[in-house]
Design a protein. Structure first.
Length: 642
């Protein structure tokens, strides 16, 4: 009967968990979860590729005061961005080979520039990844509610629902995330390539400016003269297209062997596609006179929406392309779900985060980091009601700080491992570090009052948190370390205290255990009810004292502890501490009965009183007070795993 009930209860719960998260994976199955180049582009390249949708638009938005001259000036700015992108990608290609265990900017900066530089890089990356999730999801949902205005009141709910879906997919493992995001990624690339090729063909075959199928909104009237500062601001804003390039360097171990070669191929493919998309969008914007419209204003259209309408019209292709862009913008957050937990894993290994972040979950992913990222991004979405435009100005701060530290660290790396060689590699990294460092300065100055000050505040706070955790870990290690051999001594007398709520099977089991470990057993009941413990006293006399007396076994007397304010823990703790004071050299062991049901719903109903009592007793700080749980299991027993 019990076995049949178990087969009905346990497998149903197991099937539900497996349906949501997938069946548990053994450590030996880790090789199956590693991915190839195609899935790598989907898992780690979405953040970078999606920037083709907002990088040029960010630069054009800054150039709006120039009017029709803005799209023409976008081309030299994009070329400068492509040069910087190529430098950063080449630097990270070297990092992949030098640091094949992953870690990216954190590992490079920590080893070559010192622990504090490493923590600065890690803090910048974690902030960037958290913002990427919030901004990516809100941008995707923003496109959805723009296309379907009646969904606008549910913006926050849609954002949180999408966040929950991404969290669930990533908890199922990297391979499943790659399979889920593969089709949207390549559809996004395909539709943009089609638009670029068709648009370029019309530009080449037309005798004058190409005629758009749907004319874009006219450029605004010029309100400002061209200046170097305006160009620098546009360049810095357009450099948001570089965010996500570092993702592959943080996750080299998730690739199948040879992991470094596959990671380099993935990086090259992502950067090559991104360069093609950026240049294509820029050239078409220039040819068709596409300028940025004000975000949030009536009649707002994204640059990509204008381009697709101008080249392909507003028919079926436009709908498919818009859906692909929406999906990729929303799913670009997935890059963070891969890299944030891995940075947390490395921080935990170095003692800057709790050890739980270093352990893999049921699907061989770092589940705790995934959940924490989801909670942080969810808090941002709730705080800004799913509208995160104010967070976009600080979006690239963390990425460019990490770029600069990583490339500066690689300069030191080449000097350390090859003092007389690697001149070309050092020059490449130094040039990239100068370029990203100057861009970071421009970003901080131009965006400081728009929100970049938040990064200046949060990154040091995160560093302080990591250093505090590491300090506490070192303190605990010092205070608990032991360098002498074990010193066995005679065992002190043991006093057993059994808290009794009612006479039950759990109480009987705890009392039986107490008889085995001690000859001095005390049964206590904290009186919180109206009967003053009379019912329990009657049961105790009938079921304990009488039967034990008949067998000639000394029976523990039931002691009733008054509790005028109906407290449970304090009277019990004071009783145990009194036993400690009265018996110098003795150890008082509280034998705690604990009823456990195999089923989740009864466990939820029963609450967590044993855990609360155990914590309350142990927090007394008395070293001679010990708590032992004696479980009594009831309910259908689960079948044993094969």
């Amino acid at each position: 009967m019990g076995t049949r009930a178990a087969s009905r209860v346990r497998p149903n719960g197991k099937r539900l968990t497996d349906a949501l998260l997938g069946p548990p994976l053994a450590s030996g199955q880790e090789g199956r979860e590693r991915i190839g180049v195609g899935a790598g582009v989907a898992v780690l390249g979405l953040d970078a590729l999606s920037s083709a949708a907002y990088g040029p638009e960010a630069a054009l938005t800054v150039l709006r005061p120039l009017g029709p001259a803005g799209p023409w000036l976008l081309l030299p700015i994009t070329l400068a961005i492509v040069v910087l992108l190529t430098l950063v990608a080449a630097s990270y290609r070297q990092t992949l080979g030098a640091y094949p265990n992953g870690g990216g900017a954190y590992a490079v900066a920590r080893q070559n520039l010192g622990p504090h530089a490493g923590l600065l890089a890690a803090s910048a990356l974690l902030l960037d990844y958290t913002l990427n999730v919030a901004v990516g999801i809100s941008a995707g949902v923003g496109m959805l509610v723009s296309a379907v205005p009646r969904l606008h009141p549910y913006t926050l709910e849609l954002c949180l629902g999408l966040l929950a879906l991404l969290t669930l997919v990533n908890l199922r493992g990297v391979r499943e995330a790659g399979a889920a995001f593969l089709a949207p990624t390549w559809l996004f690339v395909l539709v943009l390539v089609v638009v670029i090729l068709v648009g370029a063909g019309r530009v080449l075959t037309s005798t004058g400016p190409p005629q758009p199928i749907v004319a874009p909104p006219p450029a605004p009237v010029p309100t400002q003269a061209l200046s170097l500062w305006l160009v620098l601001r546009a360049f810095a804003s357009g450099c948001t297209a570089l965010t996500g390039v570092e993702a592959i360097s943080n996750a080299v171990p998730i690739f199948r062997a040879p992991s470094v070669r596959r990671a380099r191929t993935t990086l090259g493919l992502v950067v090559g596609l991104l360069v093609m998309l950026l240049l294509g969008v820029t050239l078409l914007a220039r040819a068709y006179g596409v300028a940025a419209t004000l975000p949030g204003a009536s009649g707002y259209q994204s640059v990509l929406s204008q381009l697709i309408g101008a080249v392909m019209g507003r028919g079926v292709f436009y709908a498919v392309a818009s859906a692909a862009i929406l999906a990729v913008l929303s799913l670009s957050a997935n890059t963070s779900f891969t890299d944030f937990p891995r940075v947390c894993h490395l921080l935990a290994l170095d003692g800057y985060l709790p050890t739980g972040f270093a352990h893999k979950g049921r699907r061989l992913g770092y589940s705790r980091g995934i959940v924490v990222l989801a909670l942080l991004a969810g808090a941002l979405l709730v705080a800004f009601r799913g509208v995160t435009d104010r967070l976009i100005p600080l979006f690239a701060i963390g990425a460019f700080l990490a770029f600069t530290l990583s490339q500066s660290g690689m300069v030191r790396h080449w000097r350390r491992v090859s003092p007389d060689g690697a001149h070309r590699a050092r020059l490449l990294n130094a040039t990239g570090a100068v370029g990203t460092g100057l861009t970071l300065i421009v970003l901080l100055i131009s965006k400081f009052t728009s929100g970049a000050w938040i990064s200046v505040l949060l990154i040091p706070l995160a560093m302080g948190l990591f250093l505090t955790i590491e300090t506490e870990r070192q303190r605990a290690k010092r205070e608990t370390s032991l360098t002498r051999p074990i010193s066995p001594s005679s065992e002190p007398p043991l006093i057993a205290v059994v808290p009794v709520g009612r006479w039950s099977r759990a109480t009987e089991r705890a009392l039986t255990f107490a008889f085995r470990v001690s000859q001095d057993v005390h049964a206590v009941h904290v009186v919180t009810g109206e009967d003053g413990g009379a019912a329990l006293a009657a049961d105790w006399a009938r079921y304990v004292e009488g039967p034990l007396a008949e067998r000639g076994h000394p029976a523990p007397r039931l002691e009733l502890l008054p509790s005028p304010y109906r407290e449970l823990i304090r009277p019990l703790r004071e009783y145990c501490l009194q036993r400690v004071r009265e018996s110098p050299g003795s150890v008082v062991t509280v034998v705690l009965p604990e009823s456990l049901d195999w089923r989740w719903l009864p466990r939820l109903v029963q609450g967590h009183r044993p855990e609360v009592v155990r914590t309350g007793l142990l927090m007394s700080g008395e070293p001679r007070l010990v708590v032992v749980s004696v479980p009594f299991f009831f309910g259908p027993h689960p079948p044993s795993r094969a």
